[in-house]
Design a protein around this ligand. Structure first.
Ligand code: F6R
Length: 376
């Protein structure tokens, strides 16, 4: 029987294991001498083939798909390859026009999700190469893939996926950096800076976890609300999606994840004092695109405040502007925009966890859910 190691629930234990999971997943794959990413033995597809790839498809379910959505931004930024992301459960229904010269990445913590293994078989049938990202050694998906990149998160017992998710995003970033190396799509000094930032994540995650008590206090003010809206732009949108998914699955509170800009195209009609908004509004000052998106987020928050909404913002350390307009601000350490999602999800996992505990629910085993969905 797995041990909770002094934690009241597996979910909390696994949230707190994230720094170690990231260390184990990232460290062994980066050369300490030159900062290069070494994945050749795991990817098992020749450099020549990787150099001529035309497109990447990412297929997964639930939280693993959210990691894939973040991966889309990473691949497009670092490798400049077009990436499509699909729900595994929908993949075969839309006649996916994939074939030779393409790579399909299937992501699944358990490696046994029926929709995802079926999608991998479909991709192979159509001539695509496949690489699986899985947390379980020797799982079905891993056995059937051309290459396998394991997340070294350790067994995940709680039904809600937490440490596997952050490890999946780290692996996707490593894979994107590896492809960028082979395809020369990013200069060596830039790649070195990326890998250095990646190696800094475990410690930054520890800093986020130190705010657990503050987040537990915040939950006291919010656990009675029936609905939440989670918002994020660009690579932060999948994090909004996953924050909402965590909240609904463990605390049974209705939550929607939406792209921030899309709120003007309908959801705004719902926004008032009864619909708290959790908005990801971090900023990478070294990235002009991130700064522009941040300014838009500030304007959005002002608008939501005029509609009497209560705002919980996830912001970058030291951001006084957000703190002065949001009702509550949770700070995360500064990181490049492509990597900050790995930090941003942590407070949202804690928010969902403490909400479920406050409501007296079975956090590790939410109703009607199983850890591994082995039927379609
Ligand atoms: C959410 C959650 C699920 C899984 C999904 C896919 O917290 O755990 O959405 O992510 O069922 O599972 P895997 O990754 O095992 O394929």
């Amino acid at each position: 029987m797995p041990d909770k190691n002094g934690f009241p629930h597996f979910m909390l234990k696994e949230i707190f294991e994230q720094p170690q999971a990231l260390r184990d997943t990232i460290g062994p794959r980066i050369s300490p001498e030159n900062g290069e990413v070494g994945l050749a033995d795991e990817v098992r597809i020749s450099d020549d083939e990787l150099r001529t790839l035309l497109r990447v498809n990412i297929v997964a379910s639930g939280t693993s798909r959210h990691a894939g959505m973040a991966g889309q931004y990473m691949f497009q930024e670092l490798v400049q390859l077009p990436v499509e992301v699909d729900y595994a459960s929908e993949f075969e229904y839309r006649n996916p026009l994939i074939g030779g010269g393409e790579l399909t990445i299937v992501i699944t913590q358990s490696g046994e999700t029926a929709d995802t293994t079926a999608a991998q078989r479909e991709a192979k049938k159509r001539g695509s190469r496949t690489v699986a990202i899985s947390n379980v050694i020797g799982s079905t998906i891993a056995r059937e893939a051309d290459g396998v990149l394991y997340t070294h998160a350790g067994p995940e017992i709680s039904i809600a996926s937490t440490k596997a998710f952050t490890a999946q995003m780290a692996v996707l970033f490593l894979f994107a950096a590896y492809l960028a190396q082979i395809r020369d799509s990013v200069s060596k000094p830039v790649l070195r800076r990326w890998t250095k930032e990646l190696l800094a994540l475990p410690e930054k995650t520890e800093a986020v976890l130190q705010q657990a008590k503050q987040i537990q206090g915040l939950v006291e003010r919010f656990y009675k609300f029936d609905d939440f809206l989670f918002l994020g732009r660009a690579i932060h949108y999948p994090i909004a999606m996953d924050g909402a998914l965590k909240l609904k699955e463990v605390s049974y509170i209705h939550a929607e994840g939406y792209p921030t800009g899309e709120s003007k195209h309908g959801p705004n009609a719902l926004i008032d004092e009864y619909l708290p908004i959790v908005i990801i509004a971090t900023c990478d000052r070294d990235d002009s695109g991130s700064v522009i998106r941040y300014e838009k987020n500030l304007a959005n928050i002002r608008g939501f405040k005029q509609q009497a909404a209560k705002i919980i913002a996830i912001a970058s350390e030291g951001d006084d502007a957000i703190e002065s307009i949001a009702d509550h601000t949770i700070f995360i350490p500064r990181a490049p925009e492509m990597l900050s999602p790995i930090l941003e999800i942590v407070p949202l996992q804690l928010f969902a966890y403490y909400s479920a505990v406050r409501k007296g629910l079975d956090v590790d085993r939410p109703r009607n859910l199983v850890k591994s969905v082995t039927t379609e």
